[in-house]
Every structure is written in C-alpha cells, then in structure tokens.
Design a protein around this ligand. Structure first.
Ligand SMILES: [Ca+2]
Length: 109
C-alpha cells in the first residue's frame, strides 16, 4: 500500500514590534525587531490516538520535523499546542509573531 511520511516546517517567521510600550522600553526593547517568536513553543499531538508527534520545540527549530507516517486512504488528526515560555518578560508585550506552516508529504518508495 502506498503511503508517505509527513513533515512540518515553520517558514517566513517574522517578529515585529506593534508598538513600544513603556514596560517594553524598561526591558531595553527597541524598534529593531520583536521578541515574541523566540518565546513561543509548539507541540503536535494526535488526540485520537493519544500520541505526541512532536514535543515542545522553539519556533525557529521547527524545520522538516518528521511527524508521522500516512498511509493511502489513511487519516491523521494533528492538534497544535502553543505556549509562551515562562522566561518571557514584558519585552513581548504588543509584539506580533507570524509564520507560514508547511506540511510536506514524501511518498514512500
Ligand atoms: Ca518587543
């Protein structure tokens, strides 16, 4: 039976300041770039099968992460969990993190 391997990447990650509040400036923040993307982590699970495909990873570390096999006619549920690191401070206030999610399926030979 034909199937494939499913991979996940986050691409075009953009970290922007939306405004620069006094609380951010007090942390040494400026308009150069945002800090939010570096304070986010992601986990991918399959709630139907109680499986963790990818444990907590930093935004910029999610490149071509193998998630699971996918068989022909098969179906998998992907649940995305997102959290802000407890180390995050006021420097992330009003920041915006954007990225594209790329799923790649590579067929098994
Ligand atoms: Ca900021």
């Amino acid at each position: 039976m034909v199937g494939g391997k499913l991979y996940l990447s986050l691409e075009d990650i953009a970290d922007n300041e939306v405004s620069l509040l006094e609380q951010e400036r007090e942390m040494g923040d400026n308009w150069d770039s945002g800090e939010l993307c570096d304070q986010l982590q992601f986990k991918i699970t399959n709630p139907d099968e109680n499986i963790t495909y990818m444990n907590w990873k930093n935004t910029r570390d999610i490149t071509d992460r193998y998630l699971t096999n996918l068989s022909a006619g098969g179906e998998k549920t992907l649940r995305v969990h997102v959290r802000v690191k407890t180390s995050a401070g006021n420097e992330i206030m009003t920041d915006r993190c954007t990225f594209k999610t790329k799923l790649t399926l590579i067929q098994n030979p």
